[in-house]
Design a protein around this ligand. Sequence first.
Ligand SMILES: [Zn+2]
Length: 608
Amino acid sequence: MLLLSTDPAHSLSDIFGQALVDRPQKLRLAPKARLDVWQVDAEKQFHAFLSRHKERLLSILETGSIFSRADIEPLLETTLPGMAEMASLLAIADALASGKYDQIVVDTAPIGHTLRLFALPQYFSSFLDILELAASRDRLLAELFGGAVPGASNPLVEEWRRMVETVRAELLSNAEIFLVTTPERFSFNVSQRAIIALRSLSPDVDLTGIVLNRAVLGSQHCRICRLRHEATCTARVFFRRHFPSKSIYIAEDAGAPVMGARLRDFGGHIFAGTSFTWKAASPKSRVRALPLSRVEWPILDRNLSMVLGKGGVGKTTISAALGCSSRLRSSEAVDICSVDPAPSLDDVFQTEISDQPRSVLGDAKFRASEMDAVAVFRSWAGRVKQMINQATSGEASSVHVDLWFERQLFSQLLESVPPGLDEILAVLRVFDLVRGRASRVLIDMAPTGHALDLLRTPDRILVWTKLLLISLAHHRTLALARDAGVKIAELGKSVRELVEFLKNSRQTCVYVVMLPEALPDRQTERLIAELSKLRLSTAAIFVNRVLFKEDVGKCRRCTRRRQWQLSTLRQLSARHSQIPLYVVRDFAHEIAGKRALRTFVGELWRLA
Ligand SMILES: [Zn+2]
């Protein structure tokens, strides 16, 4: 069996306590289980694939367009958006083709991006149509202007088609799909929307089961546990009602991290329904208390603030709270925008949020919007198509008969929505918001792995614009190439400004949100290191859902959880003495609507 992780913010290595590289390795923890583990490195995987096929791909692209090998080759060398999903698809294809495994378990990225993975075979097929069209350029033009030349389909395209078809069948028809969620209304709303989107991709695709993680069962004496038990019951009712034929698996919360040797028992507990046979451990050293002081929520003081964190840590709630407290204590307008492909601003503000900014909480100077990448792309593609049609029809009558072909190619290219597109559009959206408004702009980002991708995107766009301009320069006699050149140069200029803007700590800052648990703790470490590599300044870390002594009472589960939290908090404060650490209390219920948000921003603690 193979366990393959395609989440760009990997945690398999942390969970198993084993250093993992980008190829299947034996799991040391359970040598008899014959389980291989593979943590996919998207960039390596993708480039290895490209270099295997580069020659053949280049020759097709060269035949099929006005661009030469020298024009195209550097573009293939750069990193593309949507690479994480593409690499996931390739890794799954490799694992299937190896014939070594009876079963392959894929640990996917958070839901928004996993939907992209499922949609990828479709996109890849249309890309292959484009390649096929490109490969048959000479034949098609010959047919159009006289003598028909027989042509065979291209072997590379055929090979890729077979690969995509295999992965498509496995993913969308044969795979068992488990949805993992927590008993919180935001999570299950997001889950439900995701399942609807998944079903729309193919009639065959369906969910196998739902795993309700961090569930609390049994009658409880503790207030926190009672609230979480009620939430668990609500979630069960919700999923039973909406997905009556699906199995619901319950993963009970032990108040301690599940790692290493405990995973086997945990698996038995979820899928075989055994009760906890293992005693949850407490951290090695007991932490009594931490020096916390009560503070006000920070006021947004840069033009652009971004909120980052893993899926399910309460990123959106913290974003909303930051916006809300700024509006309460400052006269500046706030624009909050979610670029997460699985947004939940609607749930927090309890009103429908679209891609058009609208005021929330009855405050005209507090506006919220969610980016709809697909809609933005379609309207952009429509404009580009129109431009190309005008330009090529003007020129078709003259010597440039080959532009007929370019037009076919471009319109096919613009028909399908490329993966990773949201990253590029999100960057441009961010820039529009920042440039067009006098307000404080707050971005609720995608979960960690993809948020980092988004932050790397401006630099990548700059590389492409340079390369594209060089290749267009060779064709400056064509009006279309000149028009495109102007547009690309403009784009390059605004992206360069954005890069400057992002790296200026007086204008831009990042807030990191995490949960006080051992695993997210390690991920936060890596996230902050990545942010500083990108020269982005981390203004503060919010540690969300912290249990306070008075909340815990005599409850053993909560006491144990609190011990783990304190130990994580202590390590955090030791490691990040330069970054303010804010502690947010565990309210044990969702924060939604004006009143709840006001209460939520009424309390914040800072760890000295
Ligand atoms: Zn409790």
